[in-house]
Design a protein. Structure first.
Length: 134
């Protein structure tokens, strides 16, 4: 059975580099929080402000994850733009939506089949050292 978690309290929270909820989040730390609520513990990552270095760091971090063919509840969905990884979110139960954060909107839920996100989607990933029964 898939664990249902509460996410409503996160909607609209602001973007903050490396934030852990007080007052905001970045895309990876939000994934950590959603995963933690689901009983999955993702490793901490260095905060990189430079976009190219961040993309390289995200690409390197993918080695800790197993790429999966289709979305699963609480897996990570990664997005590329101009050939570089630039964004991640967490797939929600039902596997049609994901929760993520944008500087302009804060935390939001979007549809995976939205044409913009579908076009930029790089893949779905499960943390390689998954310590959950999900």
């Amino acid at each position: 059975m898939i664990k249902q978690i509460e996410t409503e309290d996160l909607i609209g929270m602001p973007f903050e580099w490396g934030g852990h909820g007080d007052p905001g989040w970045d895309c990876y730390t939000l994934c950590q929080e959603i995963s933690r609520r689901a009983g999955i513990f993702l490793p901490d990552k260095d905060i990189l402000v430079d976009k190219l270095l961040r993309a390289a760091k995200m690409e390197e971090a993918k080695k800790e994850y197993t790429q999966i063919i289709k979305a699963e509840p609480y897996c990570i969905v990664a997005f590329k733009k101009l050939g570089n990884l630039f964004h991640v979110g967490t797939v929600l139960p039902g596997c049609t939506k994901f929760i993520h954060i944008r500087k302009s909107t804060g935390v939001i839920i979007s549809r995976l089949n939205n044409i913009t996100w579908k076009f930029m989607r790089e893949g779905f990933y499960r943390y390689g050292h998954n310590n959950s029964d999900n």
